[in-house]
Design a protein around this ligand. Structure first.
Ligand code: NAD
Length: 272
């Protein structure tokens, strides 16, 4: 028996990274999954690989009409929706005073408005299906500050707030709402070297060579050996297991909480 047998879950930003691992694990655990992303080719390929219990939908989380289409597809394919993982997100590095308003608003639109629209579109469906779960992806930086990611950190703090309010309003309707707060996780977001070396953009317009990608990966590993008490960056599969816990009955009496998964990074400053 799977932990999500019979469940129907929409996972946003599911074409790669943590969302991909969540989609894989949820299908393994018996759920039907709507793989939602703006990366159509990767999303389609993943959904095909996962088989009959996965469908891809193009969903820009900042667009309300895209959410309506995703709900319609989920109901047409599987008859209901009773789960949501709001995972899609973007990151930009900039000092606050150098951040253009457009960049700030772009991050807010995807990370914060995306989660708001997801809750708004799916909560009534989850209630109508007899109850279920919403897991929002905040961040370590949703609970503490980090220099040069001001817009991102602000949007992730907002997600923790939205999670708490949604949990209060939706508990009587049978919908539990929690947040995951990952530290550094080894995906394209924290380590662009993971992108296909032939297509990865270095930010300066050129493609990254395989050697440069390897060197960048080694530098990332070295950085987190030093920064994180557990001595390593996290894996997308580890975050997926936390999202599974918060989406299944193992967490049946938990709602409204942020869950940190960071190898001990947020525990404090080490004097050693
Ligand atoms: P990622 O960049 O590999 O995945 C993000 C996914 O979101 C991509 O598939 C991307 O196409 C999708 N996406 C971007 N904009 C979108 C939009 N408008 N609509 C729909 N999908 C969109 O990175 P990841 O690490 O897998 O990120 C997943 C989540 O985890 C994000 O919310 C991120 O902020 C959060 N997070 C990541 C880390 C980390 O270190 N990697 C740490 C803390 C939190």
């Amino acid at each position: 028996m799977g932990k999500l047998d019979g469940r129907v879950v929409v996972v946003t930003g599911a074409a790669r990274g943590q969302g991909e691992q969540e989609a894989r694990l949820f299908v393994e655990e018996g759920a039907s999954v709507v793989v939602a992303d703006v990366l159509d080719e990767q999303g389609e390929t993943l959904a095909k690989e996962l088989g009959a219990r996965a469908r891809y939908v193009h969903l820009d989380v900042g667009r309300e009409d895209d959410w309506a289409a995703a709900v319609a597809l989920a109901k047409e394919a599987y008859g209901k929706v009773d789960g949501l993982v709001n995972n899609a997100g973007i990151l930009r590095f900039n000092a606050l005073v150098d951040t253009p308003l457009d960049e700030f608003m772009q991050i807010v639109r995807v990370n914060q408005v995306g989660v708001f629209l997801g809750i708004k579109a799916l909560a009534p469906e989850i209630e109508a299906a007899g109850g279920g779960t919403i897991v929002n992806t905040a961040s370590y930086t949703g609970l503490t500050g980090m220099a040069y990611v001001g817009a991102y950190s602000a949007s992730k703090h907002a997600i923790v707030g939205l999670t708490r309010v949604a949990a209060l309003e939706l508990a009587p309707k049978g919908v539990r709402v929690n947040a995951v707060c990952p530290g550094a996780i080894d995906t394209a977001m924290s380590n662009p070297a993971l992108l296909d070396p032939a297509t990865a953009d270095t930010g300066s317009g050129g493609a990254r060579s395989a050697e440069a990608a390897e060197a960048a990966s080694a530098a990332v590993a070295k950085l987190y050996r030093k920064l994180v008490p557990m001595g390593r960056i996290g894996r997308a599969e580890e975050v997926a297991r936390l999202a599974l816990f918060l989406s299944c009955d193992d967490s049946s009496y938990i709602t409204g909480q942020p869950f940190v998964i960071d190898g001990g990074w947020l525990a404090g400053v080490s004097a050693m």
